[in-house]
Design a binder for this molecule. Structure first.
Ligand SMILES: Nc1ncnc2c1ncn2[C@@H]1O[C@H](COP(=O)(O)OP(=O)(O)OP(=O)(O)O)[C@@H](O)[C@H]1O
Ligand SMILES: [Mg+2]
Length: 252
């Protein structure tokens, strides 16, 4: 479980806050979607959880332990991170990209190769074709898959995914969303998934946390948020999609 308790983050010594008084819990096995427009604080919230950023006040617990007291390296071992944008290393092969963290953990070359091939199978890239290619020889969607594979390498219990399908066409995005859903069934991870796309949020989230201008507007299931919006912002955000969803019978 991840618990955010009254978390604040300022980048300028307290004049402005990118994240203000944010509190919510992500339960074991749950996918929590952080939904918000550009600049609302989504990436900041993720990076506070694995200490790529340090918080200004409040606290974050992972597995019942305050992250500020945990060694950042072992913290990041149990929390896989898929970066916004793709962020593969251009000068090493796909296999080595996927196995990067295992190298840091001291796995032998043979062990790393075996695990990388296993992960490539999981993310739907045939190792015999792709393992020895460089990132530039993969399509955008394939590179995104590698980003997911890399985050899974150390078999973390938690996955933080920052707009992992953001730059893809609608069809590829659809396919990867479905794959993530079945991957989640198989691997039973606890996931925090960032997006600015309402339909992606509704497809993937067990619950959705709506961020606006650094404030957490509402946390709830799709049904709760659509039927009982907590703020004017949330109501307006979901007004149009809600009509469409009712049309298709996805919510009642
Ligand atoms: N390192 C930084 N230094 C100063 N300000 C920052 C820094 N990182 C983020 N911010 C500011 O904090 C706010 C939230 O940024 P954040 O990256 O969390 O937004 P986001 O919701 O992820 O947006 P996007 O959808 O565009 O990725 C923005 O106003 C941004 O300019
Ligand atoms: Mg972001």
């Amino acid at each position: 479980m991840i618990v955010f308790d009254s978390v604040y983050k300022s980048f300028d010594g307290g004049e402005n806050y990118a994240v203000k008084d944010v509190s919510f819990e992500v339960h074991e096995g749950e996918t929590m979607v952080l939904l918000g427009s550009s600049g609302s604080g989504k990436t900041t919230v993720l990076k506070l959880a694995n200490r790529l950023l340090e918080l200004s006040s409040g606290s974050i617990e992972v597995d019942g332990e305050d992250v500020s007291t945990q060694d950042p390296i072992s913290l990041r071992r149990k929390i896989g991170y898929v970066f916004q944008g793709i962020g593969l290393f251009p000068h090493v092969t796909i296999e080595e990209n996927v196995a990067m963290v295992l190298r840091l953990l001291g796995w032998s070359k043979k062990e790393r190769r075996e695990k990388a091939h296993e992960l490539l199978e999981i993310i739907g890239l045939d190792p015999s074709t792709y393992a020895n290619r460089y990132p530039e020889a993969l399509s955008g969607g394939q590179q995104q898959r590698v980003g997911v594979g890399r985050a899974l390498a150390a078999d973390p219990s938690y996955l933080l995914m920052d707009e992992p399908f953001g730059a893809l066409d609608a069809l590829t995005r659809d396919t990867l969303q479905q794959e993530l859903l079945s991957l989640k069934e198989k691997l039973s991870k606890t996931i925090v998934f960032v997006t600015h796309d309402i339909f992606e949020a509704l497809t993937l989230g067990d619950r959705i946390a709506v961020l606006h201008d650094g404030n957490l507007e509402q946390v709830g299931t799709a049904e709760e948020i659509v039927n009982t919006p907590g703020t004017d912002f949330v109501r307006e955000l979901f007004e149009k999609p809600a009509k469409q969803l009712r049309l298709y019978g996805d919510i009642t």
